[in-house]
Design a protein around this ligand. Structure first.
Ligand code: WQD
Length: 336
């Protein structure tokens, strides 16, 4: 049984990917420092799959602890989620983001190099494209100067991996996520935002649950049909399955170059007002919202051209926006 290390495996996307890895027959080891996740997720993963993944509470910024882990664990592949990911926070504390997101990546890659380990999947983001000139966004779209230190750590991370693949015998794939939303159908795992949610969907569900007074819609003066910004909202389970497909591509040595990257989205754009409508239809909940000014740094529209990912990964999304929103609502109700 192939053994896969999942860093950040107790987080939102990480935990859903661990479930899919176990469902596909992989043995999973999780590293997580619990800085933005809960140890309860380990038990909840086990409730879904019946197998408790091995878990190590390690801070990947501590080089000797990373080395010790690899001294005692033989790994066949790594899916690297562990990173700080709050755009606004990264603007306030850039050095924390560079130290954590870049430092931990470098230490992991050094251990892979020193031990001739292979098969690295990197959690990247469509944020590397900034406001793309053409929509839908293909992998040929140029990357743009990052709007935030968070986005910059994804761009720099990809460059570090690209250079490492060139210099060593490493094979890697970066998955450029669009907007992950939703929760597992079992309602045992989902998104656990700390404090006031920065992202749209957790704010929507917390407003519907009465935890938040009202949703603020950040701007209705964008150059879109209804004036609100457009994103590509992908169900987190579909996203998790894309990681399995990417990992199998590397394990089966079907990759065409040592470093590849794919846009992972639904291919469909939805505006904020369309999401609100879809949420109300899917859950029968009326949402209290108001239009306010734009949020600093937001782009008008982003949605994926999924042609290459569908073909090369032999993967495509199966869940609809309504299914994703309904799963978020089911998960929210369970948190009350
Ligand atoms: C979506 C839309 C907002 C909140 C970011 C990161 C990306 C990834 C996902 C980590 C935008 C609007 C939001 C609210 C609103 N992060 N909005 N009211 O900004 O597209 O992407 O999160 O992996 O890398 O860049 O996602 O959910 O914050 O916003 O109107 O209270 O909803 O303006 O148009 P975003 P988001």
């Amino acid at each position: 049984m192939k053994k896969i290390l999942v860093t950040g495996g107790l987080g939102f996307i990480g935990s859903h990917t661990v479930v899919e890895l176990q469902n596909t027959g992989f043995e999973v080891i999780i590293i997580d420092d619990l800085s933005n996740s809960s140890i309860d997720v380990l038990e909840n993963i086990t409730k879904i799959t019946g197998t408790q993944p091995a878990f190590h509470n390690i801070d990947l910024r501590i080089k000797k602890d990373v080395k010790n882990f690899f001294d005692t664990n033989k790994i066949d592949g790594i899916i690297h989620f562990a990173a700080f990911k709050a755009v606004g926070e990264s603007v306030q504390n850039p050095l924390d983001y560079y130290e954590n997101n870049i430092g931990s990546l470098v230490y992991l890659l050094q251990e892979m190099r020193d031990r001739n380990l292979d098969n690295f999947i990197f959690s990247s983001s469509c944020t590397v494209y900034g406001q793309a000139d053409e929509l839908p966004i293909t992998e040929n779209a140029p990357t743009k100067p990052a709007e935030s230190p968070y986005g910059n750590t994804k761009q720099i991370g990809e460059e570090i991996i690209r250079d490492t693949c060139k210099a060593n015998s490493l094979n890697a794939i970066a998955l450029r996520y669009f907007n992950p939303i939703g929760a597992h159908d079992s309602v045992h795992i989902g998104e656990l935002p700390l404090g006031v949610p920065q992202n749209l969907i957790p704010y929507v569900t917390q407003t519907a649950a009465g935890i938040r007074e009202q949703l603020s819609v950040f701007g209705d003066d964008y150059d879109t049909a209804d004036g609100t910004a457009i994103r590509d909202y992908i169900h987190v389970v579909d996203l998790a399955k894309a990681h399995i497909a990417a990992l199998q591509r590397l394990l089966e040595k079907n990759n065409k170059t040592s470093f590849e990257f794919f846009n992972v989205g639904t291919g469909k754009g939805s505006s904020v007002l369309e999401v609100i409508k879809a949420f109300e239809n899917a859950t029968d909940q009326k949402l209290n919202y108001k239009i306010v000014g734009r949020r600093e740094g937001d782009i008008t529209a982003a949605y994926a051209d999924t042609t290459i990912a569908n073909k090369e990964l032999n993967w495509k999304t199966e869940k609809t926006l309504e299914e994703a929103l309904n799963s978020s609502w089911e998960w929210q109700k369970k948190q009350l």
